[in-house]
Design a protein. Structure first.
Length: 300
């Protein structure tokens, strides 16, 4: 199935109403250093926030109800740490309705949705942002399903393509500066590495198509890659080998209570760290213990 059709299948219908303080269709999640969890909800539309110690999410940012208004079709999210580029840090949200990435101030309630790049730059060059990753220096990486490219967005600049790669659903920055990209296409995981001349090399990390419908991805402190698979109702685990390669995937957490997970992120604020998983079909945010894959409900 084409990538755009698979993306559409993961979206909820437009025009849904919001009732109560529970998730409608949570697609993706990201965590801040303080353990605050941000959840992109397609049907809200907008972003929820779940603070440490709370068991109910609150609305952080409401998106526009009219197509082509900011955050009408949010799809992906990342949290950027405080840096020269983001003094207070930032919550970054990719929105396909406006073909843009927005930054939200995590220190305020119902913040203004500000385009990440200079006006007129991002909307003209991004189509369907499907995955985001943010570096400690404020550099942002974005995957675009429409142009089938991965972009690097330097602080204060516009997007620069670094690789042509179709079907990217998850991006993870690794400590050595490389980038892991999870795709729905053949050679399902690629590793992008920066070269001295500013270019990026692309190597295959996982061959074939072992996943059914891979979505978000997270890289754990155990140097393992975790991938949410919507169609397989599971989270896969791929361990790192001594030479930096990835092992073949094994199901880490599967079946109930997971129904159709799409988003996964790492929460480093707990000891030990844990995975957070967004499941739109279950309308639930789950926590997964890294030691054994045990799944608990975090919020609904």
């Amino acid at each position: 199935m084409p990538a755009l059709l698979l993306l559409a299948a993961s979206f909820a219908p437009r025009g849904a109403t919001v009732e109560g303080d529970s998730f409608k269709y949570p697609l993706a999640c990201a965590t801040g250093d303080d353990g605050t969890i941000y959840v992109v909800d397609r049907r809200l539309p907008g972003v929820w926030r779940l603070k440490t110690g709370e068991d109910r999410p609150t609305i952080f940012k409401t998106g526009g109800r009219v197509f082509r208004t900011p955050l009408n079709a949010p799809r992906c999210v990342a949290v950027a740490a405080p840096s020269k580029a983001f003094t207070e840090g930032a919550v970054l949200v990719g929105d396909s309705a406006t073909r843009a990435i927005y930054r939200l101030d995590p220190t305020t309630d119902e913040p203004t949705a500000e385009p990440l790049a200079p006006a007129g730059d991002v909307p003209g060059r991004l189509g369907v942002p499907s995955a985001l990753a943010a570096g400690n220096d404020g550099t942002v990486f974005a995957a675009d399903l429409e142009s089938q490219r991965i972009y690097r967005i330097a602080p204060g600049g516009g997007p620069t393509p670094i690789a042509a790669l179709p079907g990217v659903r998850g991006l993870c920055l690794v400590a050595d500066g490389s980038l892991l990209a999870v795709t729905s296409e053949n050679d399902a995981v690629r590793r992008l590495a920066p070269a001295e001349d500013g270019s990026w090399t692309v190597a295959t990390a996982v061959t074939g198509r072992p996943f059914r419908n891979p979505q978000g991805a997270a890289f754990g402190p155990d140097r393992a890659l975790y991938i949410a698979d919507n169609a397989a109702a599971c989270v896969w685990k791929l361990s790192s080998t001594a030479d930096g390669r990835l092992t073949q995937p094994k199901k880490f957490a599967a079946g109930e209570p997971l129904v159709g997970p799409t988003g996964v992120c790492l929460d480093r604020s707990t000891d030990p760290p844990r995975l957070i998983v967004a499941d739109p079909r279950a309308k639930t945010l789950f926590a997964i213990r890294l030691s054994d894959g045990a799944v608990t409900t975090l919020a609904e």
